[in-house]
Design a protein around this ligand. Structure first.
Ligand SMILES: Cc1cc2nc3c(=O)[nH]c(=O)nc-3n(C[C@H](O)[C@H](O)[C@H](O)COP(=O)(O)OP(=O)(O)OC[C@H]3O[C@@H](n4cnc5c(N)ncnc54)[C@H](O)[C@@H]3O)c2cc1C
Length: 338
């Protein structure tokens, strides 16, 4: 789709699962509101799913001008082919200027399919979206393994598509007094949009390790843990810290954590408030996944380990002597007996 001067509106594609709104939707609305205000365009949020009546109540405080709820039996389950077809029809009809997706598994999947359908580019995995001094919408993302930040602007094709990593902005209520309009749309799907059938849905295998995208504290486990049996002490620490557990590729390759929990270039990119790296050397491919963590605490017995170059706090020690001390400090006091 080439440049169309009539393309207008910042669209946020929200994420909903089993009736719950993913927090990243509110982050996208916060940044979307800033973009829409700077460009004097309207902010539209689109949610695709099944029963969505309660969604507008959850979205309204975050400043959308319009809420589009695409609800129907056809979109009850997340099927990327269906979702991208629904979106592509809406986009062709309404011609937005830019579309923001969350850089989650689902968001990435649909964004890439939509870009291909529309014949436009996609700035994937952005860490910032803003209007530059020249008034252009620019997308910022790490490039070359995180060694430089690329600033991307698309002068011709519309809409401009971007995925934004979770936790890049704090969700902010807009304080606007204007009520958004709410529109219900029936999904329109062609007779045979895809060749797969959904037989059943399964939950992520690593549920007990927590959600790496949403957790404020993440413990990263490296090969220094030595064996899967030793994960026990990490699990205990994670419970005390209310942390999710991820790990290096070394640990995933060893089978001590499932692939869903791998952090880094070929795994997940996370942005927790605190990342605690236990027995992780800090290879560049791992660090790409944690460079936007607010604080990094590293425990490693090698004082030369590269992880210490990026750590806010570093402890040079054997993790097996430090973790029990930390756990003891964090454990709630035993009830007093009289
Ligand atoms: C194309 C490509 C993609 C990759 N993608 C990823 C990726 O997505 N994610 C990723 O993590 N890696 C990735 N890697 C692999 C990466 O290069 C490293 O090999 C990997 O991150 C190392 O994992 P590690 O730090 O757990 O292990 P190691 O490098 O073996 O480090 C173990 C660390 O534990 C410390 N240690 C040992 N015992 C203890 C103890 N008792 N107490 C405290 N410290 C201890 C050691 O001093 C050492 O620093 C990729 C590599 C390539 C080539």
């Amino acid at each position: 789709m080439m440049v169309d001067e009539n393309s207008t509106g910042i669209w946020v594609i929200g994420e909903e699962k089993e009736g719950k709104l993913a927090p990243v939707t509110l982050e996208l609305l916060t940044i979307g509101r800033q973009l829409a205000d700077s460009l004097r365009q309207e902010l539209v949020v689109v949610i695709i799913g099944h029963q969505l009546e309660h969604m507008s109540r959850l979205l309204v405080d975050y400043g959308p001008d319009k809420i589009l709820l695409v609800a129907g039996e056809e979109t009850r389950y997340f099927i990327p082919e269906t979702y991208s077809e629904v979106l592509s029809a809406l986009v062709e009809q309404r011609k937005p200027f830019a579309i923001l997706f969350p850089a989650t598994y689902d968001g990435r999947d649909v964004a890439a399919r939509l870009a291909a359908k529309l014949g436009v580019g996609l700035a994937a995995d952005c860490t910032d979206l803003k209007i530059d001094e020249a008034g252009r919408f620019v997308q910022v993302r790490p490039a070359f393994g995180g060694n430089l930040m690329a600033v991307i602007h698309q002068p011709t094709a519309r809409p401009q598509l971007a995925t934004l990593r979770p936790r890049m902005v704090k969700p902010n209520k807009s304080g606007r007094k204007v009520s958004p309009s709410v529109e219900y749309i029936k999904p329109r799907i062609s007779a045979k949009p895809f060749t797969k059938s959904l037989l059943r849905t399964v939950r992520e295998v690593a549920e007990e390790s927590g959600n790496l995208d949403e957790a404020e504290v993440v413990i990263g486990v490296g090969r220094g843990i030595g064996s899967s049996e030793n994960m026990r002490i990490v699990n205990h620490l994670a419970t005390l810290l209310k942390a999710a557990i991820g790990g290096s590729r070394g640990v995933v390759d060893a089978g001590w954590l499932p692939h869903t929990q791998q952090i880094g270039l070929t795994g997940r990119v996370i942005s927790p408030k605190m990342y605690m790296a236990l027995g992780i050397s800090g290879a560049v491919q791992h660090l790409v996944g944690v460079r936007t963590a607010k604080e990094i605490i590293a425990i490693n017995k090698d004082p030369e380990a590269p992880i210490f170059k990026v750590a806010t706090f570093g402890i040079v020690a054997d993790m097996f002597s430090v973790i029990p001390l930390l756990a003891k400090e964090l454990e709630p006091p035993a009830p007093q007996t009289t």
